[in-house]
Design a protein around this ligand. Structure first.
Ligand SMILES: Cc1cc2nc3c(=O)[nH]c(=O)nc-3n(C[C@H](O)[C@H](O)[C@H](O)COP(=O)(O)OP(=O)(O)OC[C@H]3O[C@@H](n4cnc5c(N)ncnc54)[C@H](O)[C@@H]3O)c2cc1C
Length: 197
């Protein structure tokens, strides 16, 4: 379930809230003043979530108090797909972005990956025009390898976020709260998710 809402939110505007609840994950991301994007994993997500739908999920999975949904500005639902094209280049056809790869939004990497594809393709097209006949195949191979890595990573992140066993929940939460305090680890994760490493 996906909804942009106006709400009172106790965590505030400066950080994304990621809740690994027993019922499933909940992500709350600040967008602008009072506006938040709410994403929750549900077995039967409504096609157009209402205030009551969003409030129920937040009450079940989010902070114990202080969260009050006032208005749904826009809502929808989506399914997670993991797909990678066999080739990014065939004859006159070149693939970039979601046409080449789609994956779970865990970590928010899809758009970044597509932008890096477009940048790499622009460089390859310029090289091709300057006589490098292999530039487009090199683009296709390099970017497919990067996309494959991102798909594997988002698949792992999705599995970690949706673990069912209480013992594994405890292990995950303990590891995350420990490494989450290490500035070097935080920086490495940020660079990786932004597509810079
Ligand atoms: C819930 C959710 C959250 C996400 N969050 C993040 C995030 O935080 N960070 C991030 O980096 N990424 C995120 N993504 C992924 C990101 O939205 C996509 O990776 C990105 O939008 C892909 O861009 P694109 O241009 O490749 O494809 P699209 O955005 O799908 O653009 C393709 C366009 O082509 C048009 N089109 C299709 N067929 C035709 C046709 N035959 N003729 C003409 N036009 C056509 C479509 O209408 C569309 O406008 C998220 C995705 C989801 C579902």
């Amino acid at each position: 379930m996906l909804a942009d809402v106006h709400m009172d939110w106790p965590i505030g505007q400066h950080e994304i809230g990621l809740f690994f609840a027993a019922q499933g994950t909940l992500v709350v991301a600040p967008m602008s003043r009072q506006r938040y994007r709410v994403v929750a994993q549900l077995a039967d997500a409504p096609s157009t979530p209402t205030v009551a739908d969003v409030q129920r999920v937040i009450d079940q999975r989010g902070p114990t108090s202080g969260a009050r949904v006032n208005k749904v500005l826009w809502g929808s639902r989506f399914q997670v797909h993991h797909k990678l094209a066999d080739r990014f280049h065939a004859g006159p056809f070149l693939l970039v972005g979601d046409a080449a790869h789609v994956h779970s939004p865990a970590g928010g990497q899809g758009m970044n990956l597509g932008l890096r594809d477009a940048e790499a393709l622009a460089t390859a097209l310029a090289a091709c025009l300057n006589g490098n006949k292999d530039a487009l195949d090199a683009y296709a191979m390099e970017r497919r390898a990067v996309a494959k890595q991102v798909l594997e990573r988002t698949d792992r992140l999705t599995r970690i976020a949706t673990l069912r066993s209480p013992a594994l929940h405890w292990l995950r939460d303990t590891i995350l709260s420990t490494v989450g305090h290490a500035p070097a680890v935080r920086k490495r994760i940020a660079m990786m998710l932004a597509g810079f490493s």
